[in-house]
Design a protein around this ligand. Structure first.
Ligand code: PMP
Length: 449
């Protein structure tokens, strides 16, 4: 019978196949940068569970805070009363949000739910229907967020009709512009993308119909590409000129991932609505949006909320997360490990070896690092491009990921543009990162052979 099956085999039999899965490992325990499987295999985790356990698996202080909350109250329902755990969290969270205007918060469970809450708020506040998203964006898998997701067609395929009123414009990423290469000046990419946005507002959805522009300030699933500050500033200007709200999705780039609490800080740009999730509670389901009180309060009482919104245990964990960032100077480690990782990857790229020559571009910030592979058959910008079949399809990244998995290291790829993403826990030590780099090099050499 099924209950006699090996654990992984039981999973194959009884868990939805629609969940794509990188490995057949069964995760039993996690500690810091490592996960142990039911077979006792110790895996080096460079994924942080897709950018979630930023403080490492089962950080003792976070786990203790959650356990303590379990013995106080687990479900302090927010449509019935205030949650003490939520308020204690917000006293810590609001001061670290990336702009002082962000003083009102709504807590939810998952990233996608928070994105939906932001869209509802934007539409209701502006009384306008349409949303502009970036090409390559990822905002989730619910009906509304799948319609806003433009990183891969699989998220929408066969699921339509999805939410309407969504228009896509270009992100300043050379892989999205036919003749651009990695050497195209940033300034040109920014100008081109801002021009595309102006055209979008003239040709597809007029400012009178456009409630918001939403973007990931570091394009995530679409290829790990940080937006230049000039692009973010340009967006802010266009939003101001056209009475459009700017929504910044920092679900993946937030909570210290890029070396600042939120990536948008660097540009000085004020988001009208900020979205956060993932790292906020280090593995407990918690997300939220923040805006000015003036904007947030345009939502009528009863229009927001949900059974588990801002769960008390998740809030207690999140409060501990913020304390650990301060006490353990996590951002200092991000800066040091980021330098270590970039210099390793750059040395490998310029080593002149077969493995190094596969690397086209290394980018990102902090410990949100993308590595794009070179595709010699796709010589964009060269005169004979037209005669060659344009293959935009990951070919190298999935093989490297498999070689890493074979060596007991978890690494993720992303995008349709053959990109790997390095997102280790922000607490990773120098020795652990050295070990990861060594495994990565061996894996890349195995593919390059
Ligand atoms: N926005 C971004 C930028 C994300 O990276 C993700 C998750 N990868 C989401 C939204 C959706 O979050 P969730 O999976 O928690 O719904």
């Amino acid at each position: 019978t099924s209950s006699d099956l090996d654990t992984a085999a039981f999973g194959e039999q009884h868990i939805a196949k629609g969940i794509g899965r990188l490995t057949k490992h069964v995760f039993e325990e996690g500690k810091g940068t490592f996960i142990t499987t039911d077979k006792g295999v110790k895996l080096l985790d460079l994924t942080s569970g897709i950018g979630v356990v930023n403080l490492g698996h089962c950080h003792p202080k976070v786990s203790a805070a959650a356990a303590a909350q379990c013995n106080k109250i687990t479900h302090a329902q927010v449509n019935i009363g205030f949650s003490a755990a939520q308020i204690a969290l917000l006293k810590e969270l609001i001061p670290i949000l990336p702009h002082k205007s962000l003083d009102s918060v709504f807590l939810w469970n998952s990233g996608a739910e928070a994105v939906e809450a932001a869209v509802k708020l934007a539409r209701n506040a502006t009384k306008k229907p349409n949303i502009i998203v970036m090409q390559g964006s990822y905002h989730g898998r619910t009906n509304a967020t799948a319609s806003m997701t433009r990183s891969k067609t699989i998220y929408g395929e066969g699921h339509g009709p999805l939410m309407g009123g969504v228009f896509a414009t270009a992100f300043p990423y050379y892989s999205q512009f036919g003749s651009a290469t990695k050497d195209t000046p940033k300034e040109d990419l920014v100008n081109e993308a801002l021009l595309q946005l102006k055209l979008t507002l003239q040709q597809q959805t007029s400012p009178a119909d456009t409630a918001a522009i939403i973007l990931e300030p570091v394009l995530g699933e679409g290829g790990y590409v940080p937006a230049p500050p000039e692009f973010l500033q340009g967006l802010r200007k266009i939003c101001d000129e056209n009475n459009i709200l700017l929504i910044v999705d920092e679900v993946q780039s937030g909570m210290g991932r890029t070396g600042q609490m939120f990536f948008i800080e660097e540009s000085g740009v004020r988001p009208d609505i900020l979205i956060f999730a993932k790292g906020i509670a280090n593995g407990f389901p918690l997300s939220g949006i923040a805006s000015s009180k003036e904007l947030m309060d345009l939502q009528k009482p009863g229009s927001m909320g949900g059974t588990y919104a801002g769960n008390a245990v998740a809030c207690a964990a999140a409060k501990a997360v913020i304390e650990v960032f301060r006490e353990e100077k996590i951002l200092d480690n991000v800066a040091a490990r980021s330098k270590q990782l970039f210099s390793f990857l750059q040395d490998l790229k310029s080593s002149g070896t077969k493995a190094g020559n596969l690397i086209e571009d290394i980018r990102g910030k902090g410990l949100m690092v993308g590595l794009q592979f070179a595709h010699p058959e796709l010589q964009r910008g060269s005169s004979n491009t037209a005669s060659k079949e344009a293959k935009v399809q990951p070919q190298i990244a999935p093989k490297v990921v498999q070689e890493c998995v074979n060596r007991d290291m978890l690494l993720l790829s992303t995008s349709v543009f053959d990109v790997l993403r390095f997102i280790p826990p922000l607490t990773i030590s120098e020795e652990e990162l050295d070990q990861a780099c060594k495994i990565f090099k061996e894996s890349l050499e195995a593919v390059a052979k």
